[in-house]
Design a protein around this ligand. Structure first.
Ligand SMILES: [Zn+2]
Length: 140
C-alpha cells in the first residue's frame, strides 16, 4: 500500500509558483515521474467556465502531455490543482472528477497566500486517503 509521494522541493516550489500566478483562478497541472516520485511538472491551462471555483483540464492538452510522458517512459505521478479560498482537501466536485484511481491528487491551498500549503491524496471510488509528501526518498 502506497502511503507517500515524493515531490522534490524544487518541483513543489514550481507547483506553488504556478498556482500563485493563476490566483484568483484555480491552477491545474500534471506531475510525471517514476515509482511515486515526481520528476517533471507540466502546468496546464484551466479551461473551466468558472476558473475561480473549479478547474477543468483541456482534453487535447492532457492527451498531448500523456503522450509526452509515455515517450519519456515516465508515468503520471499526480494531477495537481489549487484551491484559492478553501483548505487543501478534495471538494465534492474533485471527487466527481477523480477519474484516475492510479494517480495521486495534489492540492495546494492559497487560502492564506503567504503560506501556501500542499497536500496529497489518493481517491478511489469516492474514498479519500491522505498521503505523506516527502522531498526525497528515505528508508523507512
Ligand atoms: Zn479542488
Amino acid at each position: 500500500m502506497i502511503t507517500q509521494i515524493i515531490i522534490p522541493n524544487e518541483i513543489q516550489e514550481k507547483i506553488i509558483a504556478h498556482c500563485l500566478k493563476n490566483y484568483p483562478k484555480e491552477a491545474c497541472g500534471i506531475l510525471a515521474g517514476k515509482g511515486g516520485q515526481a520528476e517533471i511538472i507540466y502546468p496546464l491551462i484551466n479551461i473551466s467556465e468558472n476558473p475561480e471555483l473549479c478547474y477543468l483540464i483541456d482534453a487535447k492538452e492532457q492527451l498531448k502531455v500523456f503522450k509526452e510522458i509515455r515517450a519519456k517512459s515516465l508515468e503520471i505521478t499526480a494531477i495537481y490543482h489549487s484551491h484559492t479560498h478553501t483548505e487543501a482537501y478534495p471538494s465534492a466536485k474533485d471527487l466527481e472528477l477523480a477519474f484516475y484511481p492510479d494517480s495521486f491528487y495534489v492540492i495546494v491551498t492559497l487560502a492564506d497566500k503567504n503560506k501556501p500549503k500542499i497536500r496529497a491524496f489518493k481517491i478511489i471510488e469516492g474514498k479519500i486517503k491522505e498521503l505523506n509528501i516527502k522531498e526525497k526518498e528515505t528508508n523507512g
